[in-house]
Design a protein around this ligand. Structure first.
Ligand SMILES: [Zn+2]
Ligand SMILES: [Zn+2]
Length: 74
């Protein structure tokens, strides 16, 4: 069985997504009533207008590289 590479718990094959950046599976609740942890982010790709998925590990890494608060030291 595949496991979520963010929290290390098993995946159920339904409530999961593949990370756009590292291509590894992680927990993403696809149903409102599911009791699965959210181990990543969902975002809209402006170019393809499709949904993209990024695991929490890659999301934090990209935030560290590109802080969402804008230019530093202004
Ligand atoms: Zn997880
Ligand atoms: Zn990732």
């Amino acid at each position: 069985m595949e496991t979520c590479h963010v929290c290390g718990k098993p995946l159920d094959g339904v409530n999961q997504a593949i990370c756009f950046t590292c291509h590894r599976p992680f927990h993403l609740p696809t149903r409102v009533d599911s009791e699965v942890d959210l181990c990543g982010r969902m975002w809209m790709d402006n170019e393809s207008l499709g949904l993209g998925f990024t695991c929490e590990a890659c999301a934090r890494e990209s935030e560290a590289r590109y802080p969402p608060t804008g230019p530093v030291g202004v």
